[in-house]
Write a new protein. Structure first.
Length: 290
């Protein structure tokens, strides 16, 4: 039998309800286009590329324009991805047997679950990452064999990894090939009195992602007085912090304007700058890539 799940699409939504004590309960519910709705892709589901945010300034009396698209950030910015998926519904019009529902029931089931909802969506053959945005049932053409269904989306430009950099990884959901084990790479990095350098993404940019992020920084030192951090991005040849801060970042957890990963090959420089003082630092974030 053909495995229709191979190139299927998964939708994950938050369902709100109240328990018997009147407390709000939020549950993540995932449904698969084949297993739950008997939808078969009419063509391979792929999210459309995002548009590039550009800013060109015309040169009066001169040739061409000045490209200031990356003047503020040093790296490119992108618009949302928008497009649609086409599916064929294997309903009782196509297979008139007991295991297939009527098109009208399938239509209401899909509309109730998906239409207008903000959704985390991941492709079955790219299950490490999800896209997040608004989805809607754009078209439904019953009566033909099979019924054609079109699902429209408007999602963020980057796909995001399901796991943050400090989470433990598990064998069961690990994706072969291409899965990346990030646990430990950004966790409990050693810090000492003199400068230490940590390099990420030089051999494989997907380890750190290509999405600019401001990570959560968790610091622990032996004298509880914090550490100095400097970030250098090699992909865009920019020093994100320009220099070490005047004062150390404090022990504990926080996000800081001076600690930004712009995506791609990155070096992190850390030190306590205090004799005999050591510590650890963890960078927690969710890698994203185009």
């Amino acid at each position: 039998m053909i495995d229709f799940k191979v190139h299927s699409v998964n939708f994950r939504v938050n369902v709100k309800s109240y328990n018997s004590q009147g407390q709000l309960v939020v549950t993540e519910v995932t449904k698969n286009t084949w297993e739950d709705f008997h939808l078969v892709p009419a063509k391979l589901p792929v999210f459309e590329p995002p548009g590039i945010k550009t800013n060109y300034i015309d040169i009066p009396g001169g040739d061409g324009s000045i490209d200031t698209s990356t003047a503020l950030t040093g790296f490119p910015l992108f618009q949302n991805r928008s497009g649609s998926f086409d599916f064929d519904l294997l309903d009782d019009n196509f297979y008139p047997v007991d295991t297939y529902t009527r098109w009208s029931e399938a239509y209401s089931d899909l509309m109730d679950f998906l239409h207008g909802q903000k959704v985390k969506c991941f492709l079955q053959d790219d299950a490490d990452y999800y896209y997040e945005g608004r989805f809607a049932v754009k078209g439904w053409v019953p009566g033909q064999k099979p019924t054609r269904v079109t699902i429209e989306y408007n999602v963020g430009p980057y796909k995001l990894n399901f796991h943050t950099t400090d989470e433990d990884w598990l064998w069961d959901p690990f994706v072969f090939p291409g899965g990346i084990i990030r646990n430990g790479i950004f966790k409990a990095l050693e810090v000492g009195p003199t400068e230490r350098r940590y390099d990420f993404g030089f051999e494989d940019e997907s380890i750190i992602g290509t999405k600019a992020v401001r990570p959560e920084v968790v610091i622990d030192t032996t004298d509880s007085k914090g550490i100095y951090i400097k970030v250098v991005n090699h992909r865009y040849s920019i020093d994100m912090t320009n220099a070490y801060p005047d004062e150390p970042y404090p022990d504990g957890s926080g996000t800081y304007a001076g600690v930004v990963f712009a995506g791609g090959a990155t070096s992190i420089f850390v030190k306590t700058a205090r004799t005999g003082v050591t510590g650890h630092v963890t960078f927690k974030f969710r890698p994203g890539r185009l």
